[in-house]
Design a protein around this ligand. Structure first.
Ligand code: SF4
Ligand code: SF4
Length: 323
């Protein structure tokens, strides 16, 4: 795989500093029941990286100490981590909103038969990647059989109240298949609701539309095809200063499965650790008593993926999300 960091590091981006910390986004490991083509952590059934119970405890202590409002749990398939449910239960007890980045097909895996009920009973917000409402497009990105499994997963979640009960939020995530800007969020969400509703009887709350980041497999593919410079130019030409205020790194901290800390998930994937204090690679345990407000954010060319056009954050388009 081609490393895009040297190319991204040559591109200037406006300086950013952190604001008030609200969200802890935690990657609990790379094990997954799927092996998607575009997966930015190269997850799969044979990956062994997994957050330990000790690190999970540090995450929970940090959440309590810093009065984190949202714990966003991702992977791999985060539900496969042995400490996932304990983290959910403890965080909810602390009054923290919990998001599960769920791949939907996990709901059919052995041992996960009660997952939908578990998530519902703790009012966990489910965020699920659904790159299209058409079978061919989904399976080209995510593998054969994934579309049917995802539809069954959505139906299972609907059956326990997701998308219907206002306390049980079910959001889907879309990203373009290639090097283009994502389409406007509101009309695409309406299309998804119409097709999934009419054909499968599925309901959900919101569709988050995100740009593809020129990193990992997608970035490498662009380099190989000679499309990297063109895509970066497209993102830079569409940059809007107004989106800088809402980029997620201003209020989010990203934690890897070992407990090391980054300004966002993309920086985690580029191995650009948070710059704070004397250590080149700060650990969450180093930051239990630290206030990160006004800390500089490590920016590079990939950041234009967050500020191009309607903008992208973990809550979808910035302009529309704010409306
Ligand atoms: S479901 Fe998600 S984590 Fe698993 S392989 Fe696909 S993209 Fe990666
Ligand atoms: S990629 Fe986006 S979220 Fe990450 S540091 Fe850049 S602007 Fe912030």
């Amino acid at each position: 795989m081609r490393d895009t960091l040297p190319l991204l590091d040559n591109i200037r981006f406006p300086a950013l500093t952190r604001g008030r910390l609200e969200t802890l986004q935690v990657n609990v490991g790379y094990r997954c029941n799927q092996t998607c083509f575009h997966c930015h952590v190269n997850a799969g059934p044979n990956r062994t990286e997994e957050m330990s119970g000790e690190t999970a405890d540090i995450v929970l202590a940090f959440a309590e100490r810093h009065r984190i409002t949202t714990l966003d749990i991702t992977g791999g398939a985060p539900e496969l981590n042995a400490h996932f449910r304990r983290m959910v239960v403890t965080a909810r007890r602390l009054g923290v909103r919990v998001m599960d980045r769920c791949n939907l097909t996990i709901l059919e895996q052995p041992g996960q038969e009660d997952l939908a009920d578990f998530l519902a009973s703790h009012e966990v917000e489910v965020v699920a990647s659904m790159p299209c409402y058409l079978q061919d497009n989904v399976e080209r990105q995510r593998g054969k059989g994934v579309f049917g499994g995802s539809i069954r997963g959505l139906k299972t979640l609907n059956a326990v109240g997701y998308g219907r009960d206002p306390r049980l939020r079910l959001n889907l995530v879309y990203n373009p298949q290639g090097p283009s800007l994502p389409p406007p969020q509101a009309p695409l969400e309406a299309d998804y609701k119409r097709v999934l509703g009419q054909q499968y009887g599925i309901v959900f709350n919101n569709l988050f539309v995100l740009a593809n980041m020129p990193i990992q497999r997608f970035g490498s593919m662009l380099v190989t095809r000679g499309e990297f410079d063109g895509y970066l130019q497209l993102l830079q030409d569409a940059h809007l200063d107004a989106n800088l205020e809402g980029v997620m790194c201003r209020s989010l901290l990203s934690v890897d499965w070992r407990g090391y800390v980054y300004d966002c998930d993309f920086n985690q994937m580029l191995d650009l650790p948070l710059e704070h204090g004397p250590k080149a690679r700060p650990h969450l345990s180093d930051l239990l008593d630290r206030d990160l407000a006004r800390n500089p954010i490590r920016v590079a060319g990939h950041c234009y993926g967050c500020t191009a056009g309607q903008g992208s954050s973990c809550g979808g388009a910035l302009k529309e999300a704010a409306e």
